[in-house]
Write a protein of this length. Structure first.
Length: 289
């Protein structure tokens, strides 16, 4: 039997290739971290030091901007609005997507392919295309029923569901398809019904996919600006829109803008780092069966 040659060891690669890879990765890392350094260093400067040309090595550092951001703008109120809207949109999106994806993955019904294609085709259109129709729908609903959707948190939650839900369904369908149907059959033999098999067997096995969908839905709602700037008012304004208030007619508080931007990004970065292994597994699920 012929002997299969061993794969070359990474240490056997030419030194020129190793140094080229190190240089390229270093340049990419510098390209990614440079904006972060600019934000961090600008947030630790006084306002007069930020208004001129940027200095890479700051003369003096101060944490005063991180204290002033809560006073110049009602950032805590905007933070609460963003948290309520993002968490609510994420929960509703994940719950509906689980039921819809399970039905599409496990059952065959009339219009199944049409439903799947329709859900996926909604991702082809730019979000700005839905701005005016959604605004007019919310206004007409308010005029006819008295339910205020435009300028409310509920209206913004419904708006974000229109973006996150189709992708969430499509993504979970692929993940549920990668879970063997034998698990469902075994659960039914043990006395579980369709819902018992879903929540006791399929959902625990699909945790990585559900986490990936949750992160996507949360990030979509957390950093959205266009719809939040049109469908909110002073009491329901979110963080992404509230950052503009650091710019007044007379001046722009650049150090506070940078500090607030770093504070706003903390929940997303922290969540991504904590759930990274689930996110990678969920995004790659269904690619190889």
């Amino acid at each position: 039997m012929p002997r299969i040659p061993d794969r070359p060891s990474p240490m056997a690669q030419p030194k020129s290739f190793l140094w080229t890879r190190r240089i390229v990765l270093t340049l990419l890392l510098a390209f990614v971290l440079t904006p972060v350094y600019v934000m961090l260093s600008s947030s630790l400067k006084n306002l007069q030091d930020v208004q001129g040309s940027f200095k890479w090595i700051p003369k003096g550092l101060t944490f005063r901007p991180y204290v002033d951001i809560w006073k110049t703008v009602p950032l805590a109120h905007y933070f609460m609005n963003s948290l309520i809207v993002s968490v609510s949109a994420t929960v509703f999106s994940v719950v509906v997507a689980i039921f819809a994806a399970y039905g599409v993955s496990r059952y065959r019904f009339a219009g199944r392919k049409v439903f799947t294609v329709t859900v996926l085709s909604t991702q082809m259109f730019p979000g700005i295309l839905f701005l005016l129709p959604l605004y007019l729908i919310f206004v007409n609903i308010g005029n006819s029923t008295g339910i205020t959707l435009n300028g409310s948190r509920l209206g913004l939650i419904i708006t974000y569901l229109t973006f996150s839900l189709p992708f969430s369904i499509w993504m979970l369908v692929g993940y549920f398809d990668s879970i063997p149907r034998d698990l469902d059959e075994a659960a039914k033999v043990d006395g579980c019904g369709p819902f018992g098999a879903l929540f006791r067997v399929v959902v625990p096995a699909a945790i990585p996919g559900i986490v990936a969908v949750s992160v996507y839905a949360f990030m979509t709602a957390w950093g959205e600006v266009l719809f939040a700037s049109v469908m909110t008012n002073s009491s329901t304004r979110t963080l992404a829109v509230g950052l503009r208030e650091y710019a007044t007619q007379n001046d722009v508080y650049w150090n506070q803008v940078m500090a607030a931007a770093l504070v706003v990004s903390v929940p997303v970065v922290a969540g991504f780092l904590l759930l990274q292994r689930y996110l990678v597994a969920g995004l790659t699920a269904g690619a190889v069966k």
